[in-house]
Design a protein around this ligand. Structure first.
Ligand SMILES: [Zn+2]
Length: 259
């Protein structure tokens, strides 16, 4: 059975870029949304493409950089706005899996100064991301593995994670931002789909690394595009295709895929 992917933002942390926004996507399963990263305007993009943020079951933030959290306040605000207008959220819980202690309280502080002190009819359950299984219910399993995009803190904790999503017998991996793909090799092993960042890597280098590891997900979906894709475009993808036998797709904001 295939899973449905909604793509809300495909740009890395560049200055504003025409037609693209910072990183965000969601997996839908049985009318519930599992939302990964919340780059600028993700809730706007989602809603205008027909995806209702009131369906959110859980939000997972890979790391606290702006191109992954810049739209978080607005996402929560939009859920509250839609609930106020159309209802449906009373008594519900939105799980928020955060990689650090600081970001959500700061965002919450901003929200508390907005309409109605941001009192909501739904609760937001703020949870810390650690290596291992974060969620396993309703036919969706999400596992996290730290990566080396951000250094380890003195207390031994990590702040940057990659995710492995198992849904409907399919395994989807989201790299988040990584230093090298080899550092999340156990996560990629056996995956059907890899959502891969190229914000810090040439697409061909990503393919080369996957080749070296001997793991080739059947679909390689580029998200969080860096300058090679944004500025060079097709030549950078053609270069990558010489190193990868399976399907490569360059995602765009607003894409809907069955994977
Ligand atoms: Zn980053």
């Amino acid at each position: 059975m295939s899973a449905k992917l909604y793509i809300f933002g495909t740009c890395s942390g560049t200055e504003p870029y025409p037609g693209r926004h910072h990183c965000s996507f969601a997996v839908e399963h049985e009318e519930k949304l599992y939302w990964f990263d919340a780059g600028e305007s993700c809730s706007h993009t989602a809603y205008v493409m027909g995806v209702d943020p009131r369906k959110i079951h859980s939000i997972f933030i890979s790391h606290p950089h702006m191109d992954h959290v810049g739209g978080l306040a607005n996402l929560m605000w939009t859920i509250r706005k839609l609930d106020g207008r159309y209802g449906g959220m009373e008594g519900r819980t939105v799980n928020l899996f955060m990689p650090n202690e600081q970001t959500w309280p700061a965002v919450r502080q901003v929200l508390s100064q907005t309409e109605g002190d941001f009192r909501t009819r739904f609760s937001i359950c703020d949870k810390r991301i650690r290596d291992g299984v974060l969620l396993d219910e309703g036919g969706v399993k999400v596992e996290a593995m730290h990566n080396l995009h951000l250094p380890q803190l003195d207390d031994g904790s990590w702040r940057s994670f990659s995710f492995r999503i198992t849904v409907g017998g399919r395994v989807i991996v989201f790299s988040g931002d990584v230093k090298n793909y080899s550092e999340i090799e156990p996560l990629i092993r056996g995956a059907h789909v890899l959502l891969a960042e190229t914000g810090h890597h040439r697409p061909a280098k990503v393919c080369g690394e996957l080749n070296e590891m001997g793991h080739m997900p059947e679909k390689l979906l580029f998200i969080h595009h860096g300058r090679a894709i944004l500025d060079e475009g097709q030549p950078a993808i053609d270069e990558a295709k010489t190193q990868y036998k399976a399907e490569i797709v360059v995602l765009n904001d607003g894409d809907v895929l069955s994977v």
